[in-house]
Design a protein around this ligand. Structure first.
Ligand code: M6R
Length: 379
């Protein structure tokens, strides 16, 4: 049931605050506080063997789940200090990384049925089977359907609690995957003592504010993004830029737009523009830049400046509408100011809305885009 929404995708975008709340309740303990050194604030319930002597993590996934994995890599490396590789499952299955001891392999798939992801995990399990114990496969699944094939293949699961998603474009399941990665990265950081209790508390408190912030974004932005979409109904190419933890969000913004509006879009790490893609830019190619406060803000602004100098229309996803941002951006999509680490959960929301409104304006079948299926069960 669409419950009054024109499409399932829009309904699912609006369900995201509730999804984040469900994940917060499930993954984090309500009564933990900084002074508590006996209990963990994170309650994923994963067994100690998964974490013991961990030296490396490799993640396999496809599409939007692969983007969530890239955010996960950033979180795990920066918070817990564990080297983490993210692979397209379809590539990994035919050219796997050499075996290394004490490696955790994570498969991320909302449906739990994606053929390439399942094959990559099965291969990883198989090739480690006869090896000495430190090479044994430690497998973890992050899925929205624990009853799926993935659920039967691996013994440990983080259940992403998004509820059934009908729109082919993944929205609320992506947000839930991000939540799973926050919990996992914080759990690892807590156990390995790479994070102070105060910082841990600060991040968890920040996560608890996220549902309200998403609600505010939806309430304040939907109409103006709907208006902005009119400007781009005929646009042929789009570029999305982000850096650091928001680089995967640039990829996700571009993927959402191409899959439902059929507009060519590319996501790039902003600093990579000058190594080729900048040649594409002119007045006909709008550039969406994610410029949130933090370690790379100034860098993104100067990369946006380079695009502006090529006459591109600049759309800023940023909390700042003054100073240098005001000079560069032609259009603003305001997002709240939050800790840089938490920003992806907020910056992706307006990009989902932008893709949705452009596709809806073009009169396209938003929930069932051409050539796509909800889960890709063939190779
Ligand atoms: O079910 P999965 O998470 O394994 O699906 C992976 C991709 O097929 C999926 O994310 C696809 O890219 C979406 N349609 C993106 O919106």
């Amino acid at each position: 049931e669409k419950q009054g929404f024109k499409h399932f995708m829009l309904k699912e975008i609006y369900e995201q605050p509730a999804v984040v709340r469900a994940c917060l309740d499930a993954y984090f303990s309500a009564d933990w506080s900084v002074g508590d050194s006996t209990n963990s604030p994170i309650k994923l319930g994963l067994p100690a063997e998964i974490y013991a002597n961990l030296e490396q993590i490799q993640i396999v996934a496809c599409g939007t789940s692969w983007h969530a994995a890239l955010v996960g890599k950033y979180l795990i490396e920066q918070l817990a200090g564990i080297p983490t590789q993210v692979h397209y499952a379809s590539e990994f299955r035919y050219a796997p990384s050499p075996l290394t001891p004490n490696t955790l392999t994570i498969g991320v798939t909302q449906s739990g049925e994606t053929a390439d992801t399942l094959a990559a995990l099965a291969m990883e399990k198989e090739r480690r089977q006869d090896k000495e114990p430190k090479y044994q496969a430690r497998l973890l699944g992050i899925t929205n359907r624990p009853e799926s094939t993935l659920g039967h293949m691996v013994t440990q699961i983080i259940n992403t609690l998004a509820g059934i998603e009908i729109g082919v474009a993944a929205t609320k399941t992506f947000i839930a995957q991000l939540m799973a990665f926050y919990a996992l990265a914080l759990d690892l950081a807590y156990l390995r003592q790479t994070i102070s209790s105060t910082k841990l508390q600060e991040i968890i408190d920040g996560l608890r504010q996220i549902p309200g912030e998403i609600e505010a974004t939806l309430e304040k932005q939907e109409e103006s993004i709907g208006q902005l979409a009119h400007e781009f109904a005929e646009t042929k190419d789009f570029i999305f830029l982000g850096r650091g933890i928001n680089f995967p969000i640039a990829l996700e913004g571009a993927l959402k737009l191409k899959e439902i509006s059929y507009i060519h879009a590319e996501g790039y790490p902003a600093g990579e523009m000058k190594h080729g893609p900048i040649a594409l830019l002119d007045a006909k190619v709008p550039v969406v830049a994610i410029a949130t406060p933090g370690s790379v803000y100034e860098k993104v602004i100067s990369n946006a400046q380079e695009a502006k100098a090529r006459d591109s229309r600049l759309i800023g996803v940023t909390p700042f509408n003054h100073g240098e941002a005001a000079e560069i951006f032609n259009d603003f999509i305001p997002v709240s100011k939050v800790d840089e680490l938490l920003s992806p959960i907020l910056t992706v929301i307006p990009l989902q809305l932008l893709a949705y409104h452009i596709a809806a304006l073009r009169g396209l079948d938003v929930d069932q885009p051409r050539n796509l299926a909800k889960s890709v069960t063939v190779e």
